[in-house]
Design a protein around this ligand. Structure first.
Ligand code: 9UX
Length: 72
């Protein structure tokens, strides 16, 4: 199963932040696709919920010093 999750990310102030967050997300087991937009502070991931939860994804972002919360 693949779900799509969308979330807001706080604390990104430059393009390197975007690359950093995308890299973190893409390295998580169970995450198949991740895109992050600086202008809107929005991110979207495709993930396998049998491997990783929304909370795990949010925690991974927050562990790297950004804020995150799912909107869907
Ligand atoms: Mo840019 Mo982001 O110099 O953590 S990488 S602000």
């Amino acid at each position: 199963e693949t779900l799509v999750g969308q979330f807001t990310i706080g604390g990104m102030t430059c393009a390197a932040c975007v690359n950093s967050v995308e890299g973190i997300l893409r390295n998580l087991p169970g995450v198949k696709r991740a895109v992050v937009a600086l202008a809107t502070s929005l991110g979207e991931v495709e993930y396998d919920p049998s491997v990783i939860s929304k909370d795990d994804i949010v925690n991974a972002i927050e562990d790297s010093g950004f804020e995150a919360s799912f909107v869907q």
